[in-house]
Design a protein around this ligand. Structure first.
Ligand code: AMP
Length: 265
């Protein structure tokens, strides 16, 4: 990596856990457009999983992924083994403030400590000029931006839009676990988000939130964790005066946990 920087090449970085899909490739595409060299990591990071069975069953099709990255024009793949990234009994804590404990943080305690731990290491090894993250994990982008600010890291963070299937389902590596029935029921998530966005100007926030939560709760096989209309600057509940709201949802569909969100501008 030092050679790249010494040669004055700009580097764009995309961190992934593999099982790549067009959503990941859209980040690679952004990185390619704005940098001389594109680096992608594939690392299923154990410290960010709160459920051991989720970690165990996380898909790892490395040969297919490698081919997809080559086809997409990615220059360097970083695919380290776990023992290269972590020493035994390593400890990490970064004081992230309340953002760590809201929404995803509430349902996945410790998740953002694991995320910042691995992304800090990846930034340290790769030293990218710019790193591209998906809006799909909206709170994650906020947390990483906060880490960059707290630690004065010389990395620019760019958030890229969510890629969806034609019927609206947000692309995700976890969609592979959905049965055909789950796949149909999962559509209620993006539908509820879009419904709130369409109605936002006309209706009261509390009513929209309650109605959308009911819509999701009534869908068979779907167990809602949260549905929140929030201020995109701090994820506090939005009110009528909030300038840039974001609507965020997390639910279990069958055995699979899915998240999605939509910005209202
Ligand atoms: P993951 O492999 O799930 O850790 O995701 C790696 C990166 O891809 C993260 O920055 C995600 O937010 C992003 N990503 C995942 N799904 C999508 C999607 N449907 N559209 C755009 N970016 C995505």
């Amino acid at each position: 990596m030092a050679d790249l920087h010494n040669n004055g090449k700009s580097t764009g970085f995309v961190a992934t856990m593999g099982a790549l899909h067009p959503g990941h490739l859209s980040l690679i595409e952004q990185a390619k457009q704005h940098n001389d060299v594109v680096i992608c990591s594939i690392f299923v990071n154990p410290t960010q999983f709160t459920d051991p069975s989720d970690l165990e069953k996380y898909p790892r099709p490395i040969e297919k992924d490698t081919q997809m990255l080559a086809d997409a024009g990615c220059d360097i793949l970083f695919n380290p083994p776990v023992n290269e990234m972590y020493a035994a009994h390593e400890h990490w804590h970064l004081e992230l403030g309340e953002i760590e404990h809201l929404l995803e943080g509430k349902f996945r305690p410790g998740h953002y400590q694991g995320v910042t731990q691995v992304v800090y290491k990846l930034f340290n090894i790769i030293k990218p000029n710019t790193a591209y993250f998906g809006q799909k994990d909206f709170q994650q982008v906020m947390v990483i931006s906060k880490m960059v600010e707290l630690m004065n890291l010389p990395v620019k963070i760019v958030m890229c839009p969510i890629l969806r299937e034609d019927d609206g389902l947000a692309m995700s590596s976890r969609n592979i676990h959905l049965t055909a029935d789950d796949r149909q029921h999962a559509l209620v998530l993006s539908k509820a988000l879009q419904w709130v966005k369409d109605k936002f100007a006309a209706d009261k926030i509390e009513e929209l939130q309650a109605e959308a939560a009911k819509m999701i709760g009534n869908e068979p096989g779907v167990e809602l964790e949260y549905f929140e209309i929030a201020d995109s600057n701090n994820l506090h509940p939005a009110n009528q005066h909030t300038k840039n709201p974001v609507v965020l949802v997390a639910a279990r569909v069958g055995k699979t946990r899915l998240i999605d969100n939509i910005l209202i501008d």
